[in-house]
Design a binder for this molecule. Structure first.
Ligand code: SAM
Length: 250
């Protein structure tokens, strides 16, 4: 049995008294994950708190994440928009088993009406998602916040999908995890490219997620790597915090 399924069995069979104590309390639910004897590949409280600070500053309305796993980041970040009736968090998750566990965790945290899990490969689901946003809002909407935390070799291809779908515009905030461990050097290079470098890269590197998703060379980013040390094990990692600042018109 996978450790994720074992966790699901554990959390769904907690005594009624414990469940009542944590129900509707996102941070208490996350504590159950943090204190579980096995560790999981989630953002965790230390890197998480830097991202929460950015979310507080921005007050985003439309948020997505690529890679939902067991719902930890969705609960931590969506709890920041819990009181905003216009705000919503969409979590793209490949694995239906993980999505089932995440749905339970999100429900326990009282965030089912704020978070929607979209199951399947993100690049496959994003075009329909964009159409849906447009029809629901009746106007073009770029994303306010994007958390990129799926497989590292997918960061650049899926960023190019998001750019090609015009889901990134000035004001969009992107945060990518695991910049040091295991590392995402291609992603860091991509968000640091000059327009000319990006144009060359996009024209000469086929996107494995679809040749139509070439990317947009004229999107300008301002980006910063923020290192975070986990005080419990001295493990160092970093997040890349990137803001779309303008379109290049030169
Ligand atoms: N963001 C989560 C958190 O902090 O709680 C952790 C995400 S975990 C590091 C990576 C997840 O990405 C896995 O659950 C995996 O199934 C999912 N994944 C990998 N490739 C994907 C893709 N192309 N589309 C959507 N999800 C993907």
């Amino acid at each position: 049995m996978s450790k994720e399924t074992e966790f699901y069995n554990y959390i769904t069979s907690l005594p009624e008294e414990t469940l009542t104590q944590v129900k509707g309390k996102p941070l208490e639910v996350l504590k159950l994950i943090d204190e579980y004897p096995q560790s999981f590949m989630n953002i965790g409280p230390y890197k998480g708190k830097h991202i929460v600070a950015k979310i507080k500053e921005k007050a985003p309305k439309t948020m997505i994440e690529l890679g939902g796993y067991l719902g930890y980041s969705a609960v931590l970040f969506a709890s920041e928009i819990a009181d905003d009736p216009e705000a919503k968090y969409y979590s793209f998750e490949l694995n239906p088993e993980f999505a089932k566990i995440a749905n339970y965790v999100i429900g326990l945290a009282g965030l089912s009406d704020k978070v929607e899990i979209i199951v399947g490969k993100a690049s496959y689901n994003l075009p329909a998602f964009r159409k849906r946003l447009f029809s629901e809002k009746k106007h073009y909407t770029a994303l306010d916040f994007i958390f990129i935390d799926h497989w590292k070799d997918m960061y650049v291809p899926d960023l190019r999908v998001l750019e090609s779908l015009n889901l990134i515009a000035p004001g969009t905030l992107l945060v990518a995890d695991n910049i040091i461990t295991p590392g995402a050097p291609q992603y860091v290079a991509y968000v640091n490219f000059s327009p000319d470098e990006k144009k060359l890269y996009n024209e000469t590197t086929a996107n494995p997620e679809g040749k139509e998703f070439i990317g947009r060379w004229n999107i300008l980013y301002s980006t910063k790597t923020i290192e975070v040390v986990n005080p419990k094990n001295n493990h160092k990692d970093a997040i890349e915090v990137t803001k779309c600042v303008d379109y290049f018109s030169g």
